[in-house]
Design a protein. Structure first.
Length: 141
């Protein structure tokens, strides 16, 4: 088989796949049923470098379904705009959550915890260095 023909077929297939995936990503659904009031969720303790994305109502199989909130990795200089429903004419459209550039963003400096002084490597018991504690009973022959 001709290698140039194979390359051309591959390029055409890749282009068609890229166009089809873009068309699928831009599908909007017009829903005439308003979403219920959002459910309150208390945000858990969040690790540094993460933010809370609150839950939202999604449309699934002809009904609204609650999607629980979650933690997501924080983007420096941005804030998370949560998922929301907008009314347009006679229908409702869900706007997915996204990151918005925050001009007033000030990063928070988090100090690392220091090791307690009693955990110095030369006096830590059980590691084979210093002292007899943690090494068992010594036998004399």
């Amino acid at each position: 088989m001709n290698p140039l023909l194979t390359i051309a077929k591959t390029a055409v297939a890749a282009t068609a796949l890229a166009i089809a995936s873009q068309a699928i990503a831009q599908v909007n659904i017009n829903i005439s049923i308003a979403p219920p009031v959002p459910i309150y969720e208390s945000a858990p303790t969040i690790a540094p470098g993460y933010v809370w994305a609150p839950g939202y109502w999604a449309w699934h199989n002809d009904r609204h379904v609650w999607v629980r909130g979650r933690t997501i990795v924080q983007r420096v200089g941005y804030r998370w705009e949560p998922d929301r429903w907008e009314r347009r004419g006679d229908g409702y459209y869900r706007q997915p959550g996204n990151w918005i550039h925050a001009t007033q963003y000030v990063p928070i400096q988090i100090e690392k915890d220091k090791k307690p002084k009693k955990w110095k490597n030369d006096k830590h018991y059980g590691n084979g260095k210093g002292g007899n504690k943690g090494q068992g009973k010594k036998h004399s022959d």
